[in-house]
Design a protein around this ligand. Structure first.
Ligand code: HEC
Length: 570
């Protein structure tokens, strides 16, 4: 624990369920229909939550049906579901892709309320009431319009000017009748997929030409709709990260439309060229390059391998690393890489204890020790994180560098000799980057149980700047959500993964570093599935699982890179 200056306070607190406001079940002909136009990130729409809930409670039992539409750009299905759930809204919600419904009804802002009568005629469009700032209301426009409609009276004020956030229409999906490979699909695959799905790369097939893309079309639609691909695990809206690779809901719909339409080619002459991928070191010659002495042999069969190669930089003085980059030897098997700095001697000891005749040592996800520092992460398409000249990770004399390669097997013997390059600061940086190692080693996962909550809380002991995080769990992990709670009670997301995939151990580095004052708390909540229904469960039948390094053990860990504000490297 010596590498972190964060105190450790571990607490397990059960989650409290969210109460839901229920509307009446659908009747054949509703007496009226209320549509809320909302967005997941408009503060005015959020302020209205309790008022909307009371409205639903009052009018639901009177035969009124409710629904929500989300017309804005970059909303996604999962976000909308979470938003509805967090707010206890129990009526249906749909994306209004391309804001088509909003345009038709001339809705310009969120929140807007649209009321239709029992003949589906629009009787009211506008603001919910006259006070978007607080609950003290003089004029409840929507309630008045609805009461009039229910009693068969004309609505006196059928239109008001809404306040809130402007509707920012998303790009509509390309319809099945128009969509084709050359104009719509190739640009999308080039942007989000071919980095990995090209000859010789880690993905199992290429997506670089029309015939293969056509062949895979139904699969492309399937894996993008579940967001398995592209592999970006952080939930949108919970932190903005470097290298984020996501498709919008419209793009996912476009892929599905294309597949449904039989994957037409369009005019292949119009298809864009493949992007250029760098050969060699993309960021110039590294200051130091490390390479295992011999190629590593990866057997045809078995679980994926996490192999840790240990290098001695032989520095007589302290050096400072600002960036790591990787030149994969055999791109087919190098899934992703994380670099660590060890000053404890543990990495060398593990190499000494390894008897499989190959270089380095094997672990299961973690490096097998608490690192002194990080060299960052690498995955195909992910830009390495450059900390700059001002702050960097220290490599003291005698330290070891550990390159941890996650190997993906291909079903035949493969060899690999991947190189790691590090870039040093020109002079001593102002600040030392450090790693906080936030863990809950008392974790205990009873056999057969689903949705097991694990939680931990850290009190931040100094004014710090936080750069992102690296979540870590094993095979039973399902979700992890980390939030920073500031002393004034406000919160900001650190990272949120709602569909943990052990395969993709990635770091999530903020676009903008975050100032976190002393006394803030970092809350980390996770869930695990130790039931027989979890296809990844390594124990059959399930058994009690605790913290440990083995495949059959678990971890609950969040590694957080940070600097201490005002602390200058002496
Ligand atoms: C960062 C690299 C990477 C990117 C980017 C990527 N893939 Fe993959 N893809 C993989 C790997 C590796 C696999 C093998 C399975 C795994 O590791 O999850 C895979 C597997 C697949 C599969 C096989 C299905 C399966 O369940 O294994 C499909 C289909 C697929 N990718 C489609 C896509 C599409 C479409 C995109 C872009 C929208 C994309 N991928 C982007 C790396 C990538």
């Amino acid at each position: 624990m010596a590498s972190t200056s964060f105190g450790l306070l571990v607490a397990a607190i059960a989650f409290v369920g969210v109460g839901a406001v229920l509307s009446t079940p659908a009747k054949t002909v509703p007496k009226a229909t209320v549509t809320f136009f909302l967005s997941t990130d408009c503060p005015v729409a959020m302020t209205y939550t309790p008022r909307f809930q009371r409205f639903v409670q009052e009018f639901g039992p009177k035969g009124v049906q409710f629904k929500a539409l989300f017309p804005n750009d970059l909303e996604d299905r999962a976000d909308v579901d979470r938003y509805m759930n967090d707010r206890g809204y129990a009526f249906p919600a749909t994306l209004d892709l391309g804001a088509q419904e909003a345009k038709r009804l001339k809705v310009t802002h969120v929140p807007t309320v649209v009321i239709k009568d029992d003949k589906q005629r629009v009787v009211y469009v506008g603001a919910f009431d006259d006070n978007p700032h607080g609950p003290v209301v003089k004029n409840s426009y929507a309630a008045k319009a609805l009461e009039a409609t229910l009693s068969g009276q004309p609505v006196k004020v059928p239109k008001t000017t809404p306040t809130g956030c402007l509707v920012m229409p998303s790009v509509a999906a390309v319809p099945a009748a128009k969509v084709n490979y050359a104009e719509h699909i190739a640009p999308l695959l080039n942007r989000a997929c071919v980095e990995c799905h090209r000859p010789g790369e880690v993905a199992p097939f290429t997506l670089t030409d029309y015939p293969t893309a056509k062949k895979w079309a139904p699969m492309l639609a399937a894996v993008t709709s579940t967001r398995k691909m592209p592999p970006w695990k952080a939930v949108k809206g919970h932190g903005e990260f470097l290298g984020e690779n996501r498709l919008s809901e419209s793009e996912i719909q476009t892929l599905k439309n294309w597949s449904d339409a039989g994957a037409p080619s369009g005019d292949l002459k119009k298809a864009p060229k493949l992007p250029k991928f760098p050969v060699g070191w993309a960021h110039g010659q590294p200051d130091m390059i490390f390479k295992p002495e011999r190629p590593f042999n990866l057997a045809a069969e078995g679980a994926d391998e996490y192999r840790n190669f240990v290098f001695d930089p032989k520095n007589k003085e302290t050096i400072w690393v600002r960036m790591m980059d990787v030149k994969p030897g055999n791109r087919r098997v190098v899934h992703h890489i994380i670099g660590y700095i060890d000053t404890s001697g543990a990495a060398d000891r593990q190499v000494g204890n390894t008897k499989d005749g190959q270089e380095g040592y094997k672990t299961f996800g973690g490096p097998g020790f608490i690192p002194y520092g990080s060299l960052g992460g690498w995955a195909p398409g992910l830009q390495p994180h450059d900390t700059g000249e001002e702050r960097a990770f220290e490599i003291p004399p005698g330290a070891r560098l550990v390159m941890q390669v996650h190997y993906h097997r291909t079903g035949k013997l493969e060899t690999d000799q991947t190189q790691m390059g590090i870039y040093l600061t020109k002079s001593k940086p102002k600040q030392a980057m450090k790693l906080a190692w936030l863990a809950n080693p008392s974790l205990r996962l009873p056999a057969g149980q689903k949705d097991i909550p694990i939680k931990l809380t850290y009190r931040v002991p100094a004014d710090v700047t936080v750069y992102g995080s690296l979540p870590h769990m094993h095979l039973l992990g399902r979700t992890m959500k980390a939030t920073i709670e500031f002393p004034d009670g406000s919160t900001k997301p650190l990272v949120y993964i709602d569909d943990w995939d052990f395969n993709w151990q990635m770091q999530y580095i903020f676009k903008e570093p975050m100032k976190v004052p002393k006394g803030s708390r970092i809350l980390v909540e996770g869930t695990y599935d130790n039931s027989a229904d979890n296809p990844r469960n390594p124990n059959d039948p399930p058994k009690l699982v605790r913290w440990g390094e083995e495949t059959t053990d678990e971890m609950f860990l969040l590694v957080v890179p940070y600097t201490v504000d005002g602390q200058v490297v002496p």
